[in-house]
Design a protein around this ligand. Structure first.
Ligand code: SAH
Length: 525
């Protein structure tokens, strides 16, 4: 029931209702209509307010190309309960913002993101505005794959404790609480207590940890001794073999791990010392392929990672491609071409320091791109790494050309900047010998113009002159172009670094203008 006393049957609603008041709103509504087809319904009635009321009563969700104020005033009398009301998203006149106005957790947040994604394509950048606290931090937005989504970052406190023999649990806990209070910290934030292994059988310490349900770690004095602390003590050094117990145990994070940040230096009572440090959260590095360019060819999982990025590392042109998906406070490290190694290292180093880092690459990040140098460098256990696939240029292009990859195929990069030409040539000969369809990446640039003709000559010696060749430049980007020719007629001058070139095998055909490699054939010698 809504506030007008009407019974509302949510099941009777259908479609996403679109309501507008201006030319710009109409244009945006028409655009969403073209993109989303039958999912959306244009709602028109006597007045804009009537249309909005109708949409609210009859639709599963509402997108209002109206001011938030006007929308709130019209809908206020109709508001029922968030679980049964339709979610409402407002889009401003300049289409810069898709605002989740009502029902954030009941569809409006997701819808605002979808609207922003959709309106970002033709008309510049549109951002979702999400006001629910948890979602708007970007720490844990509603990702499509919860099991693979980044874990929220939990800051974890470690309280280091030193005590004389016989110190009571009460004194230990009151000193720990005093140290926490100095830092304005809550006992709820404590992940663990820590001390030196000499104290592993100290009854008061064990009882204190037990009483609060905190685990307690005991570290060897030799591990604690090198930890940098502000208040070392010669007396403690003589008694235990380390000049600090409380501060060093709080900072110590395990062999080879960076020391935690000391938040509260030691606080003393008669028999107890306590100090507090914050362990760095475990870093996470997502290596994410953005696909060939078009937003709707970006995998939802990749978009989920981008929406959770606290740090983003990538080539500036790719960063621009997805900037609107990032939380507003993401730190962006955009670099120019040619610094792959440095990019990989900085992404890994930032993750090691505890950040949630996303490193982006075009297409699939594992194909002639950033994943390999990054994983080579991330050779320790102290960072979690996930890789998210993207549509690679060869398949983006093959779908434009027809079905050239219908049987065995391979990819060869013609860039001899890091691979000697002799090795590349050997692989082309092997592909020719094996009658593979070949997709050439990095086929030609201003400085590297002889490699593609040389490669085609090798293939031409083993396959008929009418063998199809397809090329696609900027696959899926607004200026995509492509062509299909044959080995004997192809002009390599049409190709540049934004192009992928696919050469058929001896069985490939041009069928009704499309490049097709038959799925089943017998090998012809
Ligand atoms: N990781 C990328 C490949 C990087 S190597 C991927 O998986 O697609 C760069 C080469 O990829 C370019 O020289 C070009 O040959 C090809 N390429 C990348 N994106 C392309 C696109 N949208 N259209 C055509 N070729 C593309």
């Amino acid at each position: 029931m809504n506030r007008d006393g009407e019974e509302v049957d949510p099941g009777a609603r259908h479609g996403i209702g679109l309501v507008w008041a201006t030319e710009s709103g109409l244009e945006a509504a028409a655009y969403l209509g073209r993109r989303w087809g039958e999912q959306v319904r244009a709602i028109e009635a006597g007045s804009v307010a009537d249309a909005l009321r109708t949409a609210y009563r009859e639709c599963e969700a509402v997108i209002a190309f109206l001011a938030t104020g006007a929308t709130v005033r019209v809908l206020a009398p109709l508001l029922g309960h968030k679980t049964t009301d339709p979610p409402v998203v407002c889009v401003d006149e300049s289409r810069e913002y898709a605002i989740a106005l009502l029902g954030g957790h009941y569809g409006a947040n997701d819808l605002a993101r979808r609207v922003a994604d959709a309106l970002s394509c033709p008309a510049g950048r549109c951002r979702p505005v999400i006001s629910n606290a948890r979602d708007s931090t970007g720490v844990n937005p509603l990702p499509p794959e919860p099991s693979l989504a980044p874990e929220p970052v939990v800051p974890t406190l470690v309280v280091g404790v030193g005590s004389s023999r016989g110190a009571s649990a009460d004194e230990i806990l009151s000193t720990v609480d005093a140290a926490l209070a100095v830092g304005g910290l809550s006992p709820d934030e404590v992940a663990t207590l820590a001390s030196v292994d000499l104290k592993a059988d100290e009854p008061g310490l064990l009882a204190a940890a037990d009483r609060r349900g905190w685990p307690i770690a005991f570290h060897p004095a030799a591990e604690l001794a090198p930890v940098d602390v502000p208040n070392p003590s010669a007396v403690v050094q003589a008694a235990t073999g380390t000049a600090s117990v409380a501060e060093a145990a709080a900072r110590y994070a395990g062999p080879g791990r960076p020391w935690a940040e000391l938040l509260v230096p030691k606080v003393k009572s008669a028999m107890v010392t306590a100090a507090v440090a914050r362990q760095r959260p475990r870093g996470r590095l997502a290596v994410v392929g953005l696909g060939p360019g078009a937003r709707d060819l970006l995998a939802p999982r990749a978009a989920g990672e981008l929406r959770a990025a606290s740090v983003l590392v990538g080539l500036d042109q790719y960063v621009d491609q997805i900037r609107d998906l990032l939380p507003v406070d993401t730190q962006v490290h955009a670099t120019g071409l040619g610094s792959e190694e440095a990019r990989a290292r900085s992404a890994v180093d930032l993750a090691r320091a505890g950040a949630q880092v996303v490193l982006i690459g075009s297409g699939d990040a594992g194909v002639y791109a950033m994943a390999s140098p990054t994983l080579d460098y991330a050779d320790t256990e102290d960072v979690d790494v996930v890789c998210v696939p993207g549509i690679t240029a060869a398949t983006a292009a093959s779908n434009v050309l027809g079905a050239p990859l219908g049987h065995d195929h391979c990819s060869i990069s013609l860039s001899d900047l890091h691979t000697p030409w002799a090795a590349i040539e050997r692989r082309i000969r092997a592909a020719a010998e094996g009658d593979f369809v070949v997709s050439f990446y990095n086929p030609r640039s201003r400085k590297r113009d002889w490699q593609l003709p040389a490669a085609l000559e090798i293939l031409a010696a083993r396959r008929p002159p009418q063998t199809p060749i397809g090329w696609v430049r900027n696959a899926s980007r607004p200026d995509q172009t492509h062509g299909i020719s044959t080995l004997s007629q192809f002009d390599p001058a049409v190709v540049d670094m934004y192009t992928v070139v696919t050469v058929g095998c001896s069985q490939s055909r041009i069928v009704a203008g499309r490049f097709v490699t038959p799925r089943g054939y017998t090998w012809a010698e």
